[in-house]
Design a protein around this ligand. Structure first.
Ligand SMILES: [Cu+2]
Length: 332
């Protein structure tokens, strides 16, 4: 999958983590080179030669040597530990005042002015993103504005999951009953691959999500339309789509919501037509959407979505449902 790598960092947090990876790698290379050089030198210099039966001088307790091979590892460990501990504290501090702390008492440098709080809840096997300050519930795609600190509060509804966007930040566990947090920023617009990185059931490996970083103006439009969908955007555009909405209301609304109509049991559908993948991993096209609705279990074992066969949704109804879903957009 595209940019599912921590080795191509695209933001301050991932860069910090990458520099720690590099530092440990350089230290390891340094140690390996020295150890192997001495090893090969000793193998050649002190090997048994034909006719030479003398036993080399036996030494014990060379103070200088003992001192050198104790001190060098201590220095290397310090070199590794200092930036690691410092960065750990930097990453642990979201910069957002904790509840009950008077903001005025905070050091001005410590408080971050511009931030956005998102609650990311892991479910078997999909991601829910709530924006408590904006009144938004979104599924699978985490929309964020560029150049803004994103503070993610991690929760889980069933088992332990783990939140990871390799090129932006990672990773931290979503644990039922406990709220962990992390922060990251995306300086550049783009789509960043995210993944659950804690074995959470049979379809753990398909529990993917996307971070969609857009400029702050676009984000404002997205947020406004997600919180209160513009009638013109949610109204089905043609006759077929109107029928599709009826199919949706008869079959899907018990688990999926469009705007504030429907249930938050499954992923929110308000901007479904803007997704690039279905169910986190299937390429977005009508055939895949059709196959997914007909038999989700065979594609993503263990997920909660029921199958809809032709007795429940006929092929004609399916066509109109897909047209309606494709139309669900909040941007443009
Ligand atoms: Cu998971």
């Amino acid at each position: 999958m595209e940019n599912l790598t921590a080795l191509d960092p695209r933001g301050p947090v991932a860069e910090m983590q990458m520099s720690l990876i590099q530092l440990s790698l350089y230290i390891m290379i340094f140690v390996i080179v020295i150890v192997f050089t001495i090893y090969i030198f000793v193998l050649i210099r002190f090997r048994e030669r034909p006719g030479d039966t003398h036993i080399p001088k036996q030494v014990h307790g060379n103070r200088a040597l003992e001192f050198i091979w104790t001190t060098i590892p201590i220095l290397l460990l310090l070199l590794l530990a200092i930036p690691n501990v410092m960065d750990t504290f930097t990453l642990a501090d979201t910069g957002v005042p904790e509840e009950g702390v008077d903001e005025a008492l905070l050091d001005e440098d410590e408080a971050v002015e511009d931030y956005l709080v998102v609650q990311a809840t892991g479910h078997q096997f999909w991601w829910e993103f709530e924006y408590p300050d904006l009144g938004i519930n979104a599924g699978q795609d985490l929309y964020i504005p560029t150049d803004t600190r994103i503070v993610v509060e991690l929760e889980a509804s069933d088992v332990i999951h783990s939140f990871w966007i390799p090129s932006l930040a990672g990773k931290q566990d979503n644990i039922p009953g406990i709220t962990n947090d992390l922060w990251f920023e995306a300086p550049e617009e783009g789509i960043y691959a995210g993944k659950c990185t804690e074995l959470c059931g049979p379809s753990h490996w398909l529990m993917d999500f996307k971070v969609v970083a857009v400029d702050p103006e676009t984000f404002a439009v997205w947020a406004e339309n997600m919180a209160e969908p513009d009638e013109e955007l949610t109204e089905p555009s043609g006759e077929v789509a109107v029928e599709g909405r009826e199919v949706f209301e008869n079959n899907c609304i018990g688990c999926h919501a469009v705007g504030d109509e429907g249930s938050p049991t499954g992923p929110n559908f308000t901007n479904f037509g803007e997704r690039t993948v279905i169910a986190g991993f299937l390429e977005y096209n009508e055939d895949n959407l059709h196959d997914w609705i007909r038999d989700p279990e065979s594609l993503k074992p263990g997920n909660d979505m029921p199958a809809f066969d032709e007795n429940t949704i006929s092929e004609d109804e399916m066509d109109s449902l897909i047209e309606y879903i494709n139309d669900l957009r909040v941007l443009e």
